[in-house]
Design a protein. Structure first.
Length: 476
């Protein structure tokens, strides 16, 4: 095994030992055997504490199958060295096996979210997709009760967002708004109403983008096919920071006095291959594998009572509500020109740039110029720029009035656009989205690949640079 692979193995082994929150003599003896068998040094044991479980899996991704089998066998012995295999140990072992063994690794990934934020409760299984998949949703809809019950009897909580939103709608908007106002009494009435609406209408794709990707930082889910996301647990990772006093630091600039312990949530992603097996069968196979590893398969099963008008504020439900109610991490968002709605939306934040028709047209023109790589003279625009502005005013501004000249009131219009961008509190790298004027030109810093359009008559957004109806407006 390579150096980084030895470090990765020790990270996994350490997590297994700590999983049941009891460390006994037999486990320590088995750890010593693993260190000797794989030639792991004391320094590599130390280094293993500076990476997360998911990092360790990634380091072992190219390990030959015979080495994987040898390692899995050693980890199995370690987990049973104290005479039992707990649910936490079992889910870790399943993650290792599925992510590294040849027969399953193409449909499996282990990933992490940002530390020190709200995370999903352990042993939660969430159906995820970045775009609506009719076949997958039809399967889950017809077998939901069977899937949910099989997972629940194995100790897992199954979350299917459409069923969740249905339960919120059943509670009623007025009741939900009252709950949110009590959870966060400082919210404005408009914000309370918006959050209540989100709870009742959020789709699985919205949940992936707004919560999992943008707020929890699981970037691998930005473009994911239908999958099951399973919370594994947390990695306790030592994050060393350089010390301000160089005499206290080692040769690498690290100082133990400034080490910080971070708790990093970890997840197992099982990609659904519906051409080979149904979602119901995938769940059954997972549960069977889980049961086969356990020493004790007795669980406390929650039996929720139906018909009660109660707002659940625990587990996954609390995570979802808190993520919508309380600000998360700032996001560098894609920009969507929605011609149908005559709006400009920061899609990763679900925020509209609130500007009137003339300024919306000006900003759209700047986005178009950015997409095609052209610089616009705003104080003395040529004929193609003026014609483009007039046409865009009909498309994205107002179609029942004529546009004022592009250069009329340009200073005030740019100032109002900058204020509208500044009002979006959770926008990261805000200067990229703010018009910059230099002499006679105005530019944006948004990368062209982050600018999209949903044109009139279209059903899905495309990159603005690929929309010929728009790009030909600025062709010289």
């Amino acid at each position: 095994m390579l150096l980084n692979e030895k470090i990765a193995l020790m990270r996994i082994a350490t997590d297994l030992v700590k999983a049941d929150e009891i460390i006994d003599f037999e486990e320590l003896e088995r750890m010593n055997v693993i260190e000797k068998t794989f030639g792991i040094t004391a320094q590599q044991c130390v280094d293993a504490q500076e990476i997360a479980f998911s990092d360790a899996i990634a380091m072992l991704a190219t390990l030959p199958q015979h080495e994987v089998d040898k390692m899995v066998a050693a980890l199995d012995e370690l987990s049973l060295s104290d005479g039992s295999c707990t649910t936490t140990e079992a889910i870790l072992l399943i993650s290792v096996r599925r992510a590294l063994q040849k027969s399953t690794r193409t449909h499996t990934e282990v990933m992490k979210s940002l530390p020190d934020i709200h995370s999903i409760a352990p042993l939660t299984v969430v159906y995820v997709e970045s775009q609506y998949d009719e076949a997958a949703n039809r399967q889950i809809g017809s077998t939901y009760n069977h899937i949910s019950n099989e997972l629940r009897l194995a100790g897992f909580n199954f979350i299917y967002i459409p069923r969740l939103t249905e339960s919120y709608r059943h509670l009623g908007t007025e009741f939900i708004e009252s709950v949110i106002s009590n959870i966060a009494p400082g919210l404005k009435p408009t914000s309370v109403s918006h959050i209540a609406s989100s709870l009742c209408n959020i789709t699985t794709a919205d949940f992936c983008r707004r919560i999992l990707v943008n707020k929890m930082g699981i970037s691998d889910l930005k473009d994911t096919k239908p999958s099951l996301l399973i919370k594994i647990g947390e990695s306790m990772v030592i994050n060393k920071r350089p010390c301000a006093m160089s005499e206290q630091c080692d040769a690498d600039g690290h100082c133990t006095s400034t080490s910080m312990l971070q708790q990093i949530p970890e997840y197992l992603l099982l990609r659904l291959d519906m051409a080979k097996e149904s979602i119901e069968q995938t769940v059954h196979n997972f549960v069977e594998q889980f049961h086969s590893l356990l020493s004790n398969d007795r669980f406390m099963v929650e039996c929720p009572r139906s018909g009660e008008r109660k707002f659940r504020y625990s587990g996954f439900h609390k995570t979802l509500v808190d993520m919508l109610v309380f600000p998360g991490n700032k996001v560098e968002s894609d920009v969507l020109i929605d011609v149908r709605q005559r709006s400009i939306v920061l899609t990763d934040l679900d925020e509209e740039l609130k500007i009137p028709a003339h300024q919306r047209t000006l900003y759209s023109l700047l986005l178009l110029a950015q997409a095609v790589g052209r610089t616009i003279n705003i104080t003395n625009p040529d004929g193609s720029v003026n014609r483009a502005f007039s046409t865009l005013y009909e498309w994205i501004g107002k179609d029942d009035t004529d546009a004022r000249p592009l250069d009329k009131g340009i200073t005030q219009n740019l100032s109002k656009i900058r204020s509208a961008v500044a009002d979006i509190a959770m926008l990261k790298n805000r200067t990229q989205y703010t018009p910059i004027r230099k002499d006679d030109t105005v530019t944006l810093g948004i990368p062209a690949q982050k600018i999209f359009i949903l044109d009139k008559g279209a059903t899905t957004p495309i990159p603005l640079a690929q929309c010929s109806r728009w790009t030909k407006l600025l062709m010289k």
